[in-house]
Design a binder for this molecule. Sequence first.
Ligand code: ADP
Ligand code: ZN
Ligand code: ZN
Length: 850
Amino acid sequence: MSYRIAKVIVDVPSRETDRPFDYLIPAAMQGWIEVGSRVGVPFGRRTVQGFVLSLHEDTEMDPQRLKPIQELLDLMPPLPQDLVKLAEWMSRKYACSMISALQAMIPAALKGKAERYVTVPETDGNQDEPAFPGENGGLSSPVLPVLLTGEEEEILAYVKASGQVTMEHLSKRYPGRAGEIKGLIGRGLLSETQMIKDKVRKKMIKTVAAAVSGEAAEAALASFSGQARRQKEVLEFLLEVGAPLSLQEVLQTLRVTAGTVQKLAEKGYAVIEETEVFRDPYKNRRFQGSEPLQRTPEQDQVYRKVTEALSARSYGVFLLHGVTGSGKTEVYLQTIERCIALGRQAIVLVPEISLTPQMVERFKGRFGGKVAVMHSRLSTGERYDEWRKIREGRVQVAIGARSAVFAPFADLGLIVMDEEHETSYKQEETPKYHARDVAVYRARQYGAAVILGSATPSLESYHAARSQADELFAPLLLEMKQRPAGSRLPGVHIVDMREELRDGNRSMFSRALHAGIAARLERGEQTVLFLNRRGHSTFVMCRSCGYVAGCPECDISLTYHQKSNNLRCHYCGYAAPAPSICPECGSEHIRYFGTGTQRVEGELAKLFPGIRVIRMDVDTTTEKGSHEKLLQAFREKKGDVLLGTQMVAKGLDFPEVTLVGVIAADTALNFPDFRSAEKTFQLLTQVAGRAGRHQLPGEVFIQTYMPDHYSIVHASAHDYASFVREELNHRKAMHYPPYSRLILVTLSHEKLPVLLRMAENFAGDLRHKAQRLGWYGNLERFAAEALDILGPVASPIPRIKNRYRFQCMVKYRGALDAVRLVRETSAETLDQLRDASLQISIDVDPQMLM
Ligand code: ADP
Ligand code: ZN
Ligand code: ZN
């Protein structure tokens, strides 16, 4: 079948261009252009990159007016058809543009930009076809004698010899001759074209190999005279190795010049070739092989369930709830092994921060060269090469952070998502997708299995597994409660900071934690101090009784605004003056709360002179690789204390750490987010599960002003089930996910009054539309389907880069297409107002409400 028309999504980020455009497929490209092909197409006066969405025999447009596709950028489409389908789904689900979804799936190296080239157009009878129809009729001849100046001839000759030259290069080579160059273009002697150029190319190296063997080789070796001794050595070496070697390597090993090898090639005894190589980021690392372990009964039950689905090629999602150290990773490894044996491929997703060399080593050790690793520390070129190994079927396993979920495997069999509750699986920039949802969608496409693993599953996944209410996402719950290695979970002590204050201790360290650190210093053991801090929010808390000011409507902590000295809810906009006396107990010890790592570091230095503290926070880890370096330094015992934010929780696997202190559990607990209890529970469980994994017994102290809070109580008892029961009741009562869904809409503009009006407009329109559809109403009163709109209110970060920000939160329940409603309303708002400064961003199922 011959398709003449391709629908193409162009890489032009605007609302108007977020639809397919029709292009003609030139005869020469037919059969080559496929769904998912990346092409260069004329768009207006430019050449832009685009992706082929579909192929057609015909078009509703006037074919005469269609432009042809200019170039095909890759022989193999970078996107298999299933990923193009996935992009369409993402665009609907997350209200994002098609191009942003497609771009998210391919490595940055393939985000090509148009470059302008100059070539000598082919004319004067060199072509098979006449240059234009009049030629043979002799009406006009294109080959008029042209008079060229010497300079012009020189430029022409140069371009002709080079084939094509970038405009930039030409202007540098012939500075001050812009007039001549433009003149040549004007007279049609040079032509200017645009082509898409990738950011990174395949890496090519020169290789050399012997071109003779057997008797011919003997004869060749015998033919060298005294002077050609070096050539003989090279040939002997090449014959001995018997495979192509990098030229560089040969020159270095034998200490010969390139000329020597060149002469050998000229005699026909060796061949020098350009060969493509894959940049291997793990080139200089050796991985220890590892054999599968004998599965424990718990592991075996999980293994069987998953591999049954794999063999049957049936779609299935498994929520693997296994305590830390229960051997989840071993289960991943063995199910992947089975997946590969069945001829299918697997993706392993891990949070970026857990993608450590140790983690990679476990997979490389088991599967060796079958593994591609994708993480943000790779260079663009390395990433591209890892990706190509996947696309070209050279590897069967891909490990990576969030975006590895798009790994373009041909027959995807299994997707493992470790630490499935991690917030980092949600992308915060457009397209604002959640890797879990994408994984589930892909698994449905391929009849594949998904393992969602965690010691503290997200409430969304856990509830979906328990209720089995959602047809598309109803995971099977599998549990592992034992640690095969036999180590025990550490003892966790909750320290009541109110009591400390009552007893006259105003320091941020309780007496117990202070004594604990002192004892570690004496014994030469190590301590990890954990400052449970997210974002930059401050809340008001009473240090005498633990009272925290919260929103009466939304049940989240109110945020303290220093300028106006008041408290505000950033969900609904409720505001109240900041109290100076605690409304609960009358104490004056009520103040805004928030401790930085630097302050803790200062206090440590004061309390323990000479103490060596390694601080790990956003300030000390901005540099590439610094995170790992700091952990390494601590591992080498170059520090007594590792102090940091949640980052340290993940790296917590140090044999000599016997004490873990959580300085203030309250900073996470009172974060103005309906998930703050869940996040606190997850963090504390992680901290508590990590200490004392080795010989030395571990001890954990959690300091808090709310020692009775259920997330702290249950985390210290390692009791997920009890925590979830309480938290789900709470969510249900407040109509928060998983009992509703959210869409966060953020509007921004340079001028505050304009923004205010526009935000009110937007919210008003949305309410009207919802009302007309019969959706609008308080979630309290409507059972099955309802939609509520909170706001607009100033965003928690009210101004970024000179743009003011307001937000609305849409809360809904039932099978309403709320995303579409929000998207349409936002498009209409933008159309009506025609104010280029206004931006509306839509975040579906937001994870961060800041
Ligand atoms: P998780 O991923 O759940 O934290 P791991 O897979 O890292 O747990 O396992 C924890 C420890 O238990 C590791 O040292 C691992 O080698 C060991 N382990 C796992 N499975 C087994 C098994 N079947 N027999 C013996 N040891 C095991
Ligand atoms: Zn109080
Ligand atoms: Zn509120």
